[in-house]
Write a protein that binds this ligand. Structure first.
Ligand SMILES: Cc1cc2nc3c(=O)[nH]c(=O)nc-3n(C[C@H](O)[C@H](O)[C@H](O)COP(=O)(O)O)c2cc1C
Length: 219
């Protein structure tokens, strides 16, 4: 027993468990979203507004889970459909989450944040000062291979009409969740897209549409 190394054994076991579950060590397992409660719809609509002043406070995992589920979570698991509609049921919008701890992609099916990398790229998510300081930026990315395109195809403006419409529904869901939970948000088109696409390691058929900053309002 002299050579028994408990930390090494624990690390090996964790690796085996992660590999068998498809999880990587830096993925974030979200708590189940709460699907009841919140403010009545008419009150949330009455309070929906844009915020551009945020504290530096982090959101809790419960808030992030609810936010993402409201945005584009699965609300009918038997038919894999979502809280926002999408043209032809393409479900082509991926929500990337940029936080101080790195960049993640929302995996709605597993209720996980899958880590893309561990760099803080919030400053690349927008051209306005508050973007780099707020705790969380959502980046809406259309995966055009889910809309019938192949890698290498030419992309016309008209190929983005439906993805932009689909994205707007998600953005409004996020606005309403924020109103309901006393969070603040702003949807933004002012994005340095070329720089951000590089920072996110996107493929050519993945197109950044809009971004949405979310945080605790400072007033
Ligand atoms: C498609 C779209 C793009 C927007 N882009 C930005 C932006 O880049 N920066 C910003 O501060 N606000 C942006 N906004 C927020 C609008 O300025 C805001 O919704 C508008 O002033 C109305 O205010 P309200 O949301 O409080 O009703 C955008 C809104 C939409 C719908």
């Amino acid at each position: 027993m002299e050579n028994f190394n408990f930390p090494k054994l624990l690390a090996a076991l964790t690796l085996v468990i992660c590999m068998s579950s498809g999880l990587s060590g830096q993925d974030i397992v979200l708590p189940s979203p709460r699907k009841t409660g919140g403010k009545p719809l008419m009150q949330a609509l009455n309070e929906r507004s844009t915020t551009r002043d945020f504290t530096k406070d982090e959101l809790s995992l419960q808030q992030i889970s609810g936010l993402l589920w409201a945005g584009f979570g699965i609300n009918r698991p038997d038919i894999r459909k979502r809280t926002a509609p999408s043209a032809v049921n393409w479900q082509e919008i991926d929500i990337y989450v940029s936080m101080a701890s790195g960049l993640y992609i929302y995996d709605a099916e597993s209720n996980l944040l899958r880590q893309v990398h561990d760099r803080d790229i919030r400053s690349a998510c927008g051209t306005q000062g508050f973007v780099a300081e707020a705790p969380l930026n959502l980046v809406y990315v259309a995966d055009l291979t889910k809309c019938g395109k192949k890698e290498g195809d030419k992309v016309n403006d008209s190929d983005l009409f439906m993805p932009y419409a689909d994205c707007a529904f998600i953005g409004q869901n996020i606005y309403l969740f924020c109103a309901s939970e006393n969070l603040g948000c702003v949807i933004r088109g002012s994005i340095p897209k070329e720089r951000l696409a590089k920072e996110m390691n996107l493929r050519p058929m993945q197109r950044i549409l809009l971004s949405q900053t979310v945080g605790i309002p400072s007033k």
